[in-house]
Design a protein. Structure first.
Length: 189
């Protein structure tokens, strides 16, 4: 019978597909020096976004910081959100607008301040301040290098600037961490 070798072959193909898929979440086996152009890049279902985890907690085993390279096509944006970690942006290319509702004791973020961001500019988001980054440049991609503390990130999202803080929705694991989180981690918030 030819069935057995066929079954064996399909099992082997299936098995190698499974192991290849599992490898992005392994914290071992990464070369120390990595070519960013060859790292996995995905939109994670978000229109206009390209995300690369340059150095990650779940991906590479980092404990204190995590680094992303993100590209927003014209008109695309992050959700309105906050997180209890520090976040530093370095704008590599393009321009856009940062919306930031600076900390107040109000029950909701309120009307944000608007800041123009541009190539070779940098800014940081203080812990828990509600913000949104928007590529408001119609002609160019906005590319940012993002460094966060306390990974993996736990994000609270808002539908609008008047939504009460208590109604903000926790998204954890965040889009690019979903594939690598096996057991939900203890939430320290
Ligand atoms: C990095 O990867 C890109 C895309 O595969 C390739 O074109 C480039 O030559 C690589 N750089 C080095 C130094 O290997
Ligand atoms: C960014 O600013 C630094 C410091 O002035 C400068 O050396 C560098 O060339 C600038 N890069 C770009 C892309 O403008």
């Amino acid at each position: 019978m030819r069935l057995i070798p066929l079954l064996t072959l399909s099992f082997l193909l299936f098995y190698s597909a499974v192991t290849t898929q599992a490898s992005p979440c392994s914290i071992n086996g990464f070369p120390l020096v990595r070519n960013i152009s060859e790292l996995p890049q995905d939109s994670y279902g978000r229109g206009g976004l390209s995300h690369i985890t340059v150095a990650g907690s779940l991906l590479h085993g980092l404990k204190e910081v995590e680094v992303w390279l993100q590209t927003f096509s014209p008109g695309s944006f992050t959700p309105i959100h906050r997180h209890s970690c520090e976040e530093v942006f370095v704008v590599m290319k393009g321009s856009g607008t940062l919306y930031l509702a600076e900390s107040s004791h109000a029950k909701y973020p309120g009307k944000p301040q608007e800041y123009l961001i541009f190539a070779n500019s940098t800014f940081h988001i203080p812990v828990n301040e509600v913000h949104q980054v928007w590529n408001t440049n119609e002609h160019e991609d906005l590319q940012v290098l993002v460094i966060i503390s306390r990974p993996p990130v736990k994000v609270f999202t808002y539908e609008d600037w008047l939504m009460p803080h208590t109604a903000a929705k926790l998204k954890f694991p965040y889009f690019w961490d979903e594939q690598c989180v096996q057991t939900p981690q203890k939430d320290e918030l």
